[in-house]
Design a protein around this ligand. Structure first.
Ligand code: UN1
Length: 508
C-alpha cells in the first residue's frame, strides 16, 4: 500500500556530525524522515551518507582517540553528567520529536528519553569506579593487579524502536570507558540520535569523540564494520542482520556485541491474578505497537483459565484506541513504515491460512479517515495457537500476540523455551514454588514474576540467550565488559629476576 509520495514542501536539512562539524554527505544526497502516523508529514531531510562519509567519521574518531583515552575517567564522567542535565532539560521536546518520527505514544517516548537520562547518570557514575582488582602475586616483593582499558574506536548501529534509549546504552558506556565512537543512526529515526549527539556537543564532549553518520545500512554499514581501525561493533537489530555483521567482524577479528530478536512469552498459571495478568499481557504485547525485542508476543495460558483469560483479553483489546501517538488518548500508535506493515500483515495471513490459528480479534490494516496517511494495524490476538506454528516461532515485531494453552508448568516451560530466541520471559502466579521453578527453568536473559516481559531497568544487565545475543550484556556494570578490555599488571619490586612458575618460593 503506497502512501504519500506527492511533492513535499522543502524541509529543514539536518547534517552528519564528523570531527566536531555538522556536515552534509559528500554524496550530495538526502533522504526524508517521515512521520509513520502521517506520511505527508516530513520531519526533515537527512544526509544519505556513503562510504566516504563513514571513512571521514572513522578518521575523526581515530584522531580524537588518544586525548580522550588519556582524559581521566572522572573527568569524562563530569562531561557525561552535564549531558544528563541537558537530556533532562529537553525531555519534552525530544519526546514530541520522537513520537513524530517513530510513532509510539508520548508516554512511551517520554519513557524512552528517561531511559537515556537514567543510563547517562548511572553509567557516568562508573567514571569514579571502573573498578579493577588487585590480587596476590606468586612471588615475594611482587604486586599484581588488573585494570580496564578502552578498546579503541567503537561502531554503534542502532534500531528504530528505542530511538534515544538504545543509542545511549551503547554511547555512554563506550565514552566513560574512554573510547571514541561512530554512531550510525536508525534510518527511520535519525532525529532522536541527532538530538542525543547535539546534546553531547553542548555538554562539551571534544570534537571527534562522538561522530554521527546518517543514512542507510547498505550504504555505510560495510565500511564501518569492515574498517581495520574500528575495534568494536555494537549492534541492536534483527538476528539475520546481526549474523551477517558477526561474520564480517570475525574476518577482521573485531569485538562484536549483538542484541537481536525475541519471541518472549508470559506464562499465566491457573492461580494467577487474572486481571493483573490481562493488564500485563496488553502492555507487553501492544506497547510500542509490539515493536520491542522484549514484546510479549506469546501468552502461554493454563487450560483451567484459558477460556476466561481469552475473553477478558479480547474485550480489552477491542477497547484499545489506535491512532497518532501525539494524541493523548491514543493507546497504540502506528508501525514504523510500509515494509513493516507488509511484513506484519503477511504474518497475520500466515496465522490464518498457513497455521490455521483462530483470529480472535483484529487482523486488519486500518486505512480509512485518520488512518489513511499512516501505517496502522489493528491490535491482533490469535488463540488456539499450538507450539511450532510459524506465528508462535517467528518474530513478528508488530501488534500481534498469540495465546497458547497448556496443562502443566513443565509443559509451559518447554513451550517458552521452544523457540530460537531467549531474551525475556514472565510468569503470573501466586505460588512461590511456581515462581522460583520458572525463574530457574526459563532459558532467557531476563525473567519477570507478575509483570510483563518488557520494562527492563538500566542498572541491570540486558540481553538474551541463543539467537538473541552472543553472550554480552548491555546496561548494568556488565556493559563495561563490552567497552573495555582487561589489562593485567605485574610489578616486581624485589630488585632481581624472579621467574614465575619456575623459581620455588621458600616457605619460612
Ligand atoms: C528493545 O526492545 O530493544 O525492557 C529494548 C524494555 C525496554 C527496552 C526494550 N526497557 O522493554
Amino acid at each position: 500500500m503506497a502512501k504519500a509520495t506527492a511533492a513535499r514542501p522543502a524541509k529543514k536539512k539536518y547534517h552528519n556530525y564528523i570531527g566536531g562539524q555538522w556536515v552534509a554527505s559528500s554524496s550530495g544526497e538526502w533522504f526524508d524522515n517521515v512521520n509513520p502516523a502521517d506520511s505527508y508529514d516530513v520531519i526533515g531531510r537527512f544526509p544519505k551518507s556513503n562510504a566516504d562519509d563513514m571513512e571521514r567519521a572513522i578518521d575523526a574518531a581515530e584522531g580524537a582517540a588518544r586525548r580522550w583515552r588519556l582524559t581521566p575517567a572522572p573527568r569524562r564522567a563530569e562531561i557525561l553528567f552535564r549531558l544528563g542535565e541537558i537530556l533532562r532539560a529537553n525531555k519534552d521536546r525530544y519526546s514530541q520529536e520522537m513520537t513524530r518520527e517513530m510513532g509510539k505514544v508520548l508516554k512511551e517516548t517520554g519513557g524512552d528519553v528517561q531511559e537515556a537520562i537514567d543510563c547517562t547518570y548511572y553509567t557516568a557514575g562508573e567514571g569514579r569506579r571502573l573498578h579493577g582488582f588487585t590480587t596476590p602475586a606468586e612471588m615475594p616483593d611482587k604486586f599484581a593487579m588488573c585494570v580496564r582499558q578502552p578498546v579503541g574506536i567503537c561502531g554503534l548501529i542502532t534500531p528504530f524502536n528505542f530511538p534515544m534509549a538504545i543509542p545511549s546504552w551503547k554511547l555512554i558506556p563506550a565514552l566513560v570507558c574512554g573510547n571514541t565512537v561512530v554512531l550510525k543512526s536508525g534510518e527511520d529515526v535519525p532525529l532522536s540520535s541527532l538530538n542525543l549527539v547535539k546534546a553531547c556537543e553542548e555538554a562539551g564532549i571534544p570534537a571527534g569523540v562522538v561522530n554521527l553518520v546518517n543514512g542507510h545500512g547498505e550504504d555505510v554499514g560495510p565500511t564501518l564494520v569492515g574498517h581495520p581501525d574500528v575495534r568494536l561493533i555494537s549492534f541492536t537489530g534483527s538476528t539475520a542482520t546481526g549474523k551477517v555483521i558477526a561474520e564480517q567482524c570475525a574476518r577482521e577479528n573485531k569485538i562484536v556485541s549483538l542484541e537481536m530478536g525475541g519471541k518472549n512469552a508470559i506464562i499465566i498459571m491457573d492461580d494467577a491474578d487474572l486481571d493483573n495478568a490481562v493488564e500485563g499481557a496488553l502492555w507487553g504485547a501492544f506497547g510500542t505497537s509490539g515493536q520491542r525485542c522484549t514484546a510479549s508476543s506469546r501468552l502461554v495460558v493454563h487450560k483451567k483459565v484459558y477460556k476466561k483469560f481469552c475473553q477478558m483479553l479480547v474485550e480489552r483489546v477491542k477497547a484499545l484506541r489506535v491512532g497518532n501517538g501525539l494524541n493523548a488518548k491514543t493507546d497504540v500508535g502506528p508501525v514504523i513504515n510500509e515494509a513493516a506493515m507488509d511484513k506484519i500483515l503477511g504474518y497475520i495471513e500466515i496465522g490464518r491460512i498457513h497455521d490455521k490459528a483462530t483470529l480472535a480479534v483484529g487482523g486488519n490494516a486500518l486505512t480509512k479517515g485518520q488512518y489513511s496517511k499512516g501505517y496502522f494495524i489493528e491490535p491482533t490476538v490469535f488463540t488456539a495457537v499450538k507450539p511450532g506454528m510459524r506465528i508462535e516461532q517467528e518474530e513478528i515485531f508488530g501488534p500481534v500476540t498469540c495465546v497458547i494453552p497448556f496443562s502443566t508448568l513443565d509443559e509451559a516451560v518447554d513451550i517458552v523455551n521452544g523457540v530460537q530466541y531467549g531474551l525475556s520471559s514472565a510468569i503470573y502466579t501466586q505460588d512461590v514454588n511456581n515462581a522460583f521453578r520458572a525463574m530457574q527453568e526459563l532459558y532467557t536473559g531476563i525473567c519477570y514474576v507478575n509483570s510483563a516481559t518488557i520494562g527492563a531497568e538500566v542498572h541491570l544487565p540486558f540481553g538474551g540467550t541463543k539467537a538473541t545475543g552472543n553472550g554480552h550484556r548491555e546496561a548494568g556494570t556488565q556493559v563495561l565488559d563490552i567497552f573495555s578490555e582487561w589489562k593485567s599488571l605485574y610489578i616486581d619490586y624485589s630488585g632481581k629476576l624472579q621467574k614465575a612458575q619456575i623459581d620455588q618460593v621458600e616457605v619460612p
